[in-house]
Design a binder for this molecule. Structure first.
Ligand code: ADP
Length: 596
């Protein structure tokens, strides 16, 4: 299907295949004729060899040019296919929903983008163009051999299927071995990746030795398997070479006998009635030519089957249905007012255990809704359903009365700003991190938002200010700084609906104050959902939703809920009340206390 785009290139590829094959076939013929001429003419007269030499040069040049053109086309076309494939693959990954990514291993997705794309590329390179070369060469050589001498041709061609078959079986074994090597590499990468992203945990638990051993075991397995594959390859190379030399020896022997049998001396001149020495020479060269395509059969069969499995894996992703799709006729709502409603919403991640059960809430624009509950009670899932990272199992979620499934995903997500706990910082400047997704935003606006988010002062202390590099290769940021940066990033988009995840941060009193100040400004005029255990935020909320085992067990304002004496009051007395809650080492200030 992809190949259609490259039809023209393929046609040129095949033309050069023919050219290369024909000029390659011409060379032995010319050499053979030259040998005969030399033998016929004696030593004195070499002039008649000149035209032959010129033909030989021309054939050699043509062969070189065609071979160059063929290789160039094969390589460049395959790179183009790989480029397109890689980009579509990446684009697809961007659009697949959380539900899809939950079930995939990062290492496996990465190896598809690299190893599998390479597999398909090799197929286009080897398979589509060079396969033509192999077929044309084998047929051409067979015809040329038969025209030269039927008996010798039959003897040597008899070996072709045997050698071809051997090349294929060895190739299959090699492929399996290399595939295993690939898998081991993927395993090794996974160990490395997990180690590097979790290096702090490794150090905190002094698990360096354990990690080293784990890595060495993987690495040892890889080295062993690679060694085995290399040995198989080297052995096969030697055996194939030997087989060809043996074949040539056999042909020389049979051919030599034949030449001698037909040789007679008439008037002092040597005359050959059957096979001439030139024919035999040409034949030997034909056999030399045959070695390449026969060997290539093995590679080709290999490339075909590898491409089949690689292609399958890539298309599995390219054709994957995202669990979250836009319905036909989905529309953009523009900037919404901010009515949010959950109507009898139930949800389960795996289709089994319900994580949210029959949730119904209706929120007016500009209201502040605090979500409270023990870890695992379903608060994060609730906000994920709002942003449609997952789709409800039953019931519906609406914004301004429209089912979120009837909104364009971009429109939906433009309207919802998310400030997460675990903020991802890109390796880029502070400015670009804040203006993420809005690259053309002015510096003035970025600074303005940074000021509101209480991060401006910190940025001003960095050596390059807003142009300082942060992220993996830049300045390290603390949890609180990341959170404020994320607030600034969200503010840039000025979303009418805001989701703040403030559930697990543990920061010092000063930072806490900063974050709180930032949040107070941010939530004005927006429908806000805030996951929090901060008493001040709970007090300021218009409604508190108390989650327990996937249900909203209580709802109301701080005062109302306290009065009810239920779950909220219990949490309040145990963990929120000023002065209670063991284990808070000076992180809480005054009335601000946290659960975790
Ligand atoms: P909270 O935010 O209140 O801590 P969550 O909404 O994160 O709770 O989790 C609710 C339940 O759903 C938990 O039992 C959790 O194990 C489960 N859960 C959360 N995320 C996933 C996921 N991606 N796949 C499967 N189960 C999940």
């Amino acid at each position: 299907m992809l190949l259609k785009t490259y039809k023209k290139r393929l046609i040129w590829g095949y033309i050069s295949v023919f050219g290369a094959a024909l000029s390659a076939l011409a060379i032995p013929k010319v050499l053979g004729t030259s040998v005969n001429r030399v033998l016929e003419s004696g030593e004195q007269d070499v002039t008649q060899l000149y035209p032959l030499a010129i033909v030989l040069l021309l054939a050699g040049t043509a062969r070189g040019l065609f071979a160059f053109w063929q290789t160039f086309l094969a390589e460049s076309t395959s790179q183009m296919v790989a480029y397109d494939l890689r980009n579509s693959y990446f684009a697809r990954l961007q659009h697949l929903s959380f539900g899809f990514h939950d079930n995939q291993m990062t290492g496996a997705l990465m190896s598809r983008a690299t190893a599998d794309v390479e597999g398909v590329r090799m197929f286009v390179n080897m398979g589509a163009i060079r396969f033509g070369f192999v077929v044309v060469m084998v047929l051409g050589i067979a015809v040329a051999m038969l025209l030269t001498d039927v008996k010798l041709a039959l003897v040597s061609l008899a070996f072709v299927p045997i050698l071809g078959w051997r090349a294929m079986t060895v190739s299959r074994k090699l492929r399996l071995a290399w595939m295993h090597v690939q898998e081991l590499i993927a395993d090794l990468v996974t160990v490395l990746q997990e180690n590097l992203s979790g290096i702090r945990v490794v150090k905190a638990f002094a698990a360096e030795e354990y990690e080293k051993e784990k890595f060495e075991a993987e690495s040892g397995g890889l080295a062993e398997e690679t060694y085995r594959a290399e040995r198989l390859w080297a052995m096969n190379f030697a055996i194939m070479n030997f087989s060809f030399i043996a074949m040539i020896t056999l042909i020389l022997w049979i051919g030599g006998l034949e030449v001698n049998a037909g040789k007679s001396v008439i008037d002092g001149q040597v005359v050959y009635s059957g096979l001439t020495p030139g024919d035999l020479t040409a034949f030997i060269f034909y056999m030399g030519l045959l070695a390449l395509p026969v060997r290539m059969t093995g590679f080709l069969v290999n490339a075909f089957s590898r491409a089949a499995s690689s292609g399958e894996r890539i298309f599995e992703i390219l054709d994957a249905e995202s669990p979250v799709n836009e319905r036909p006729g989905a529309r953009s709502l523009g900037r919404v007012a901010g009515h949010v409603a959950f109507e009898n919403v139930s949800f389960s991640y795996d289709g089994g255990r319900p994580v949210l059960k029959n949730i119904s809430v209706a929120i007016q624009p500009g209201q502040i809704v605090a979500l409270l509950g023990r870890p695992g009670s379903g608060k994060t899932t609730f906000v994920h359903l709002l942003s449609r990272y997952y789709d409800v199992t039953s019931g519906r979620v609406t914004i301004d009365g429209t089912d979120v499934r009837d909104m364009l995903l971009t429109s939906l997500r433009d309207n919802i700003g998310l400030v997460q706990q675990d903020v991802f910082i890109h390796t880029a400047t502070v400015r670009n991190n804040i203006a993420y997704g809005a690259v053309d935003a002015s510096l003035q606006k970025v600074v303005e938002m940074a000021k509101i988010a209480q991060i401006h002062e910190f940025i001003a202390t960095l050596p390059d200010g807003y142009d300082s590099l942060v992220g993996e290769r830049g300045v390290g940021l603390s949890g609180g700084q990341k959170q404020r940066l994320s607030i600034a990033r969200t503010l840039m988009r000025d979303p009418p609906i805001l989701v703040l995840d403030d559930s697990t941060s543990s920061v010092d009193a000063h930072t806490e104050r900063l974050i709180q100040d930032a949040m107070e400004v941010v939530i004005k005029r927006r429908t806000t959902f805030i996951i929090t255990h901060r008493l001040s935020a709970l007090r300021g909320a218009d409604t508190i939703l108390v989650f327990k085992d996937g249900e909203i067990v209580e709802r109301g304002t701080h005062e109302e809920l306290l009065g009810q004496g239920g779950e909220y009051r219990e949490i309040y007395e145990l963990q929120l009340l000023p002065g209670v809650g063991a284990g808070h080492k000076g992180t809480a200030t005054g009335s601000d206390r946290r659960l975790e």
